[in-house]
Structures are given as C-alpha cells and as structure tokens.
Design a protein around this ligand. Structure first.
Ligand SMILES: Cc1ncc(COP(=O)(O)O)c(C=O)c1O
Length: 327
C-alpha cells in the first residue's frame, strides 16, 4: 500500500495503558489510548491528521491554508501551530456555535468565546474571520466566500475541511490503528468520539474485517454523517492507498444517544463522566467531545452492552475544559 507523505509533528506512539481503578469499578478490562498526549501544540487527535495534511500543503506550494470551525476549535489550534512552524499563513472562518438545521441553535452550557483555544490560536498567529452563528452550511458558505475573495486577490489557497476530515487527514488514523496494533494489545471494543468523522473513518477503514468492535459516539446530532461524509472519506482512502476496502455504512457503528442538545453544548452525563475519570484515574476529558464519548462508554458498561477488554481512545481537548462553560 503506498503511504502518503508525512511531516513529523507528534510524539508517537502515544501511551496506551490500563485504567485499573475505574475498570474494576465498572467491570471492564478498561484501557486508554492517550492522544491527549501527542506532545504537539497542546495535544489531541488532530496532530495525527496534520502530519499528512501538512505534507500535502507543503507539496502543493500553497501560501495560505483556509479552514473553518467553531471559535474554540481544537483543530484550528493545532493547524495554526503546524502552519506557523512551516511558514504558511493560516486563515480560519469561525462561528461561536455552528448548529444542525434540524435542531436549530441548541441551548445549554457552551464554551465561552474567550480563553482556551481562542487564546492559543492567537498566540500561534491564526488569522480568524468571525461570522455570526448559524448552520454548518452557512459556515461552509462563508468559507467558500473567503476562499473566492483570497483567490480573486491572487492568492493560492489550500482548503482543509472542518476538523481536517479529508481522506488525507483520515490517513493519520489508518496509521494510528497500525500504531495500536504494534503496541501489542488486542481489544474487544474501541470507543471514540465522532464529530467531523475522519478519526472514526480512518480507524474503521483500518479495522475493517477485524474482530474489534469500533463504536463512535456522536458529538454532533447528525445521523447523515455516516452515509455522506464518512463514506466519501472511505472511498477517498481506497483511492489514496490503492487498496479498495469498500467501507459501507454497515462497517460504522455511530451512536447518537449521548449527544445531548447538540454540538458544542455540554451534557450532565458528560460532566459526570469527566469527573469520574478525573477522580479515579487523574485523566481529564473535554466537555464537547471526549466527555460525551466517555459517558457513552460508562452507560454501555452499566447496561452490559460492553464487556471484556475495552479501549477508550482519548482525543484531547484539554484547552476547552480549562476555558470553563458559559450558559
Ligand atoms: C477533542 C476532540 N475529540 C474528538 C474530535 C472528533 O474528531 P473528528 O472530527 O475526527 O470526528 C474532535 C474534533 O473536533 C476534537 O477536537
């Protein structure tokens, strides 16, 4: 299988270790994969995607990278660092709280528009364009508009989709599955947060045909993610690698029960899960992604749906936990 070019950014392999105290309490042989400790720009899953995305950016000779997301985006922070390190301008079109059109703007505890990643992205020199809150489609339209304006001004722009979720980005998680296999522990199930979809799709593509059950817990109330974005990424991985795996929706277990009011809104179950892991094992989650996924893991353990040796894939997000919550 041809391997896409990569620029080294993260410290890999990330630690893999058991969580004995919590595991005993919930009746699982519970382990954790510490992508919160990638060692790059505050940690998190995006460093893996960026190793391949940045190689593509540099090969294209483009002078500006353009992406979009929420104001407290973990991806924008890590992209900003990768761009700064390689002398590329990073422009991000941001909404405080983008939402799904079906649900409208959800209410509840959200991240504040200051502190956390907002501070870190500014340190990294990310050029942000803030647009009023609206649907994800409105955010994508504003980003198209910005790309057009930059191109009309004679700039060459490399567009990176929200969360780095292109096939090239997802390849970072194909490589991550290989890294896990080389660490030598086999799992009955892996639980991971799913939002823009390439973390989950990269792992699902790599694990297709294996006996490990992969469960993605939704952080966005968007069931169409599987049929649309994730299948597109799966086909892209087939092309990129020249190894057609033919991922289908049947290969994806995507669970919407723990998403709460919607993207960017913290849940009570997530807060309880976050406190449980912090107080038993000294590991912090973030309120928007990993806490919701961990709430799903705890609920599935309690109902007996999860048994045996289970891995929680920690995707990072600590800066937003430290930013606190606003209503
Ligand atoms: C901390 C954290 N966890 C999980 C995710 C979800 O990853 P993906 O967008 O690849 O589905 C994100 C993405 O924004 C994130 O920042």
């Amino acid at each position: 299988m041809p391997v896409p070019s990569r620029v080294p950014l993260i410290l890999a392999p990330t630690p893999l270790h058991p969580l004995p105290a919590l595991g005993a309490r919930i009746g699982l042989d519970l382990w954790i994969k510490r992508d919160d400790l990638t060692g790059f720009a505050g940690g998190g899953n995006k460093g893996r995607k960026l190793e391949y995305l940045m190689a593509d950016v540099l090969a294209s000779g483009t002078e500006i990278v353009l992406t979009c997301g929420s104001l407290q985006s973990n991806f924008v922070r890590q992209l900003g660092a990768a761009c700064a390190m390689h002398g590329v301008r990073c422009v991000a079109v941001l909404m405080n709280l983008p939402y799904a059109p079906e649900t409208g703007r959800p209410s509840g505890p959200t991240l504040p528009p200051t502190g956390g990643n907002v501070v870190l992205s500014a340190i990294l020199g990310v050029e942000t364009i803030r647009v009023p809150d609206g649907t994800w489609d409105a955010l994508f339209e504003a980003t198209d508009y910005t790309a057009g304006a930059l191109e009309r001004a004679g700039r060459r722009v490399y567009r990176i989709p929200v969360g780095g979720s292109s096939p090239v980005g997802a390849y970072g998680f194909v490589a991550a599955a290989q890294e896990l296999a080389e660490q030598g522990a086999a799992f009955d199930a892996i639980v991971v947060p799913t939002s823009s979809g390439s973390t989950h799709t990269g792992l699902a593509w790599a694990l297709k045909g294996s006996s490990t059950r992969l469960i993605g817990i939704a952080c966005d109330a968007e069931p169409s993610l599987v049929e649309e974005e994730m299948m597109t990424i799966g086909r892209g991985l087939d092309e990129l690698t020249g190894e057609p795996k033919g991922l289908t929706p049947a290969d994806i277990e995507f669970r919407l029960e723990w998403v709460g009011a919607g993207y960017g809104v913290a849940t009570e179950a997530g807060q309880r899960a976050l406190e449980t892991l912090a107080r038993t094992e000294g590991v912090f989650l973030d309120p928007i992604y990993s806490a919701k996924a961990f709430a799903g893991l705890l609920a599935m353990a309690a109902s007996g749906e999860l048994t045996g040796r289970v891995l929680f894939w920690h995707t990072g997000g600590f800066p937003t936990l430290a930013a606190g919550l606003a209503s």
